[in-house]
Design a protein around this ligand. Structure first.
Ligand SMILES: [Zn+2]
Length: 268
C-alpha cells in the first residue's frame, strides 16, 4: 500500500522466506540486491546477510559483487568500498569477518565453503570469463537471487555472452599494480546498457525455471546460474545482438557495442 509503513521483518522470518523461495541448503548463492526494496528488516543490511547465511546453512556459500568504482587506481580488496551502484548490502558484506574478496578490480566477495574457490582467480579479462567469480558460481551449479532488482543486473548473462562469443566488445581499462607501480591495462568488454537482459526472464518463466516470491518487502527472483546461461545462449543463437537495443532506440551504450561489431579488434 502506497504510503503505508512497512513492518520490520525478523532475521528468522527473512530466512524462512528465502527457504520458501527455494534457496538451497548448502548451496552457492550469488545475490544481487537493492536494500531499499527489501527494508526494513531486523539488523539492517547486516541482518539481511545473516538471514541469507541462515538459509544457506553452515555448508553454503554466499556470493556478491564487490567491484570498486575507480578505473584509475589499483584495487585494494582490504580497504576499497564497492562501487555505489552495487548498494549498501554489497558494501557491508565484504567488510564482515571471514568474508573473502578477489584481489582484482572486478572483485566478488564470498563467505562459506566454496568462498576461496570463487574468489581465487587472478584478474579476469574481460571481467566475466569462465575463470572469474561468476564463472565459478556457474561451475558450482550455484543459484542466482535477484532481490528487489531485475535481470538487467544479472551478471551471469555476461558470462553467457562470452561463452557464446558475441561479436561486440567495447574498450575499457583498469589499473593494476605491477612491480609496485600502477599500470593501465586496456581490454575489450562485452558491455552495453544491459536493459535487454530482461529477455532472459520470459525464457525462464515459460519453462518454470524462475522462482518468485517476497523476501523482506521486495519481490525476489531465484534461478540456477546454469538456467540463466542456457536461456541467454538460446536467445543469442536466435540473434547474436539480441541483448543490444536496436539502433532506433538511440541507446548510447548499445550503439557503441553495435558499432564495435565490424571494427578491428585491438591486438588482433
Ligand atoms: Zn541499451
Amino acid at each position: 500500500m502506497a504510503g503505508a509503513a512497512r513492518g520490520e521483518l525478523s532475521t528468522p522470518e527473512v530466512a524462512d522466506q528465502l527457504r520458501a523461495l527455494g534457496v538451497q541448503l548448502g548451496g552457492v548463492l550469488l545475490v544481487h540486491t537493492s536494500f531499499r526494496a527489501v527494508r526494513p528488516v531486523e539488523g539492517g543490511p547486516a541482518g539481511l546477510i545473516r538471514a541469507l547465511q541462515a538459509a544457506l546453512g553452515p555448508d553454503g556459500t554466499l556470493v556478491m559483487l564487490s567491484s570498486a568504482a575507480d578505473d584509475d587506481v589499483p584495487f585494494d580488496p582490504a580497504t576499497m568500498a564497492v562501487t555505489p551502484d552495487l548498494g549498501v548490502v554489497a558494501d557491508t558484506f565484504w567488510r564482515l569477518p571471514g568474508v573473502m574478496r578477489s584481489d582484482h578490480p572486478f572483485a566478488f566477495a564470498a563467505a562459506g565453503a566454496q568462498a576461496a574457490q570463487i574468489t581465487a582467480d587472478p584478474l579476469p579479462l574481460p571481467p566475466h570469463i569462465p575463470e572469474s567469480p561468476v564463472g565459478r558460481v556457474y561451475d558450482l551449479n550455484g543459484q542466482v537471487l535477484l532481490l528487489g532488482v531485475g535481470h538487467d543486473v544479472n551478471t551471469t548473462v555476461h558470462l553467457a555472452e562470452l561463452l557464446f562469443g558475441v561479436p561486440y566488445a567495447v574498450p575499457r581499462y583498469c589499473t593494476v599494480l605491477q612491480g609496485g607501480r600502477p599500470v593501465r591495462v586496456d581490454y575489450l568488454e562485452n558491455d552495453h546498457c544491459t536493459e535487454r537482459f530482461a529477455l532472459v526472464e520470459a525464457w525462464l518463466q515459460e519453462r518454470g525455471l524462475q522462482r518468485e516470491g517476497p523476501v523482506g518487502h521486495a519481490r525476489a527472483r531465484l534461478m540456477r546460474a546454469r538456467d540463466v546461461v542456457d536461456g541467454a545462449l538460446a536467445l543469442l543463437a536466435g540473434d547474436p545482438l539480441v541483448f543490444l537495443h536496436p539502433s532506433s532506440a538511440a541507446c548510447v551504450q548499445c550503439d557503441a557495442a553495435r558499432s564495435s561489431v565490424n571494427a578491428p579488434r585491438v591486438g588482433t
